[in-house]
Write a protein that binds this ligand. Structure first.
Ligand code: ADP
Length: 482
């Protein structure tokens, strides 16, 4: 098989490296590339919020104290004027915490220009200034400069409670971040290299740890594939792997059981086939060669052995049909009591000639929705077993009872019973309690597994109660028609 896919180890490695790369890119973008833009927009937002907060408290008694606190906190300079006319104003209060404050150096005329600009702009205006090295002072700018000192004045025109017009100016300085960016730049180079090395080491370590248990399981699975069922899957590491190991151990166990049963079956079947065939050939030759041996008893032996062979072959065919799903299950309303009676007719010869007693106990006729042929097949298997294994009294009791929405058909014998630890095993394919071949119990070991498969199809149930030395009662249950 060709594998074009990446192994889990390399996949994990690739994902972790991608993650590291994204984190580093984000770090570089925010700390170096866009630091100035981010810092500037934070500053502008800060000045706007401060101005609006002061405006909100303009009618407070201690507005100057409030404005001073805001100014101190954000390094702002504040000037509030009350407009008398459009070119006359009275100073209300001023806060002067900024070193290079522009408000206290700009002339009256420029302030009124700012007022006009704010009025034309809906009551607020933001103006940028940049530091000019030649003139040693701030000059007006468009706010696009970078790498030098900038100053911004934010103006706000509004009315107080007494409907007087207030003209508020707030000034703040934006220091250049170039020096900071440079420091961060070198720091980030060191950090990035360290993070990349760490990520590589960690991913190699972890990807190995993650893939190792899977590789180990794969190695064991390869051994299993060659037919060595005693391989052990070791699921150390993490939950999924130990669950997988458990499942595979279970599968290996089941495979080895089936394998063992098949080996047993072949041994048994070939023995079972050979014995009747030997008898048939032996009796036929005897009847051909020895005069006077052509008697009905000998012919009957040949017929009996041929019947044994047929039923053996039928069992094998039945189970393989049931398992491959070839045999359909066609439910129809069936009088199950009549079905049982029909099945028992088959045993007339046994009861009349061989001294067997087969009783049928029931209270009333019951109808269920099921496939009569299949149920008949299940019944034959149970009754055949009961006849085979029943005790010296040769008694078998079939009974039909109704309980909890189910009709139960039980087949009880008076034989040796089955040991408790074997009770769950007898339903498995090819399982025979008595492995030592006995003529009395020739069977394929398939009968009960056929019953179980049929009951699964019929949505019914089956089971057994048995007491060693007293006998066994096998039962099947079918759901009653609703
Ligand atoms: P088999 O064809 O060998 O009877 P089954 O699947 O019908 O195969 O039964 C499996 C095993 O269960 C039998 O080999 C037998 O040992 C045991 N068994 C089945 N029915 C009875 C019974 N009525 N009494 C005692 N043992 C039984």
């Amino acid at each position: 098989m060709k594998h074009n896919k990446l192994s889990i180890k390399w996949k994990f490695f690739a994902y972790l490296m991608l993650f590291t790369f994204i984190i580093l890119v984000m770090l570089w973008l925010s700390q170096v590339v866009f630091l100035e833009t981010i810092y500037k927009s934070i500053k502008i937002n800060e000045i706007k919020v401060s101005a609006n907060n002061i405006a909100k408290h303009i009618d407070d008694e201690n507005i100057k104290g409030y404005a001073e606190a805001v100014g101190d906190q954000n390094e702002l300079c504040v000037l509030a004027l009350k407009m008398e006319t459009s070119n006359r104003a009275i100073e209300l209060f001023t806060v002067d915490t900024l070193k290079n404050c522009l408000l206290h150096t700009t002339d009256r005329r420029s302030k009124f220009i700012l007022y006009d600009l704010a009025m034309a702009n809906g009551g607020e205006y933001l103006k940028y200034y940049s530091y000019d090295q030649m003139r040693h002072g701030f000059i007006e700018s468009d706010g696009q400069q970078s790498g030098e000192f900038e100053s911004i004045i934010y103006t706000l025109v509004f009315q107080n409670n007494a409907e007087e017009e207030i003209f508020l100016m707030v000034n703040s300085v934006i220091s250049p971040v170039a020096a900071t960016v440079k420091t961060l730049y070198y720091q980030l180079i060191v950090i990035s290299i360290a993070v990349i090395i760490l990520a590589v080491v960690l991913t190699i370590f972890f990807s190995n740890r993650i893939s190792k248990p899977i590789r180990k399981i794969n190695d064991s699975a390869k051994i299993l594939a060659t037919g060595s069922y005693n391989v052990n899957f070791n699921g150390s590491g993490y939950k999924e792997v130990s669950e997988l190991a458990e499942t595979l151990n279970y599968a290996a166990d089941e495979l080895s059981k089936t394998d063992q049963m098949k080996t047993d079956l072949i041994a048994n079947i070939s023995h079972d086939l050979r014995t009747p065939l030997t008898m048939i050939v032996g009796y036929s030759e005897m009847m051909r060669d020895i005069p006077g041996e052509n008697i009905p008893e000998n012919i009957q032996t040949i017929i009996d052995e041929a019947i044994r062979l047929t039923s053996l072959v039928n069992d094998v065919l039945d189970i393989s049909n049931l398992q491959s799903g070839v045999g359909d299950f066609i439910p129809k309303p069936v009088n199950i009591t009549e079905t049982i009676k029909k099945a028992l007719l088959r045993y007339n010869k046994l009861t009349e000639q061989d001294g067997y007693t087969i009783d049928f106990e029931y209270e009333y006729d019951v109808t269920v929705n099921t496939d009569e042929t299949r149920i008949m097949q299940a019944l034959y298997n149970l009754i055949n077993n009961a006849v085979t294994y029943t005790g010296a009294d040769k008694r078998v009791t079939v009974s039909q009872t109704v309980k909890n929405g189910y009709v139960r058909i039980s087949v009880a014998d008076t034989g040796e019973g089955i040991e408790e630890d074997k009770l769950s095993l007898i339903w498995e394919r090819y399982y025979k309690v008595d492995k030592v071949h006995k003529r009395a119990s020739i069977g394929s070991g398939l009968g009960l597994s056929i019953v179980k498969s049929i009951m699964d199809m019929a949505e019914g149930r089956c089971g057994v109660e048995s007491t060693v030395g007293r006998g066994s009662t096998f039962w099947i249950e079918l759901p009653l028609r609703k």
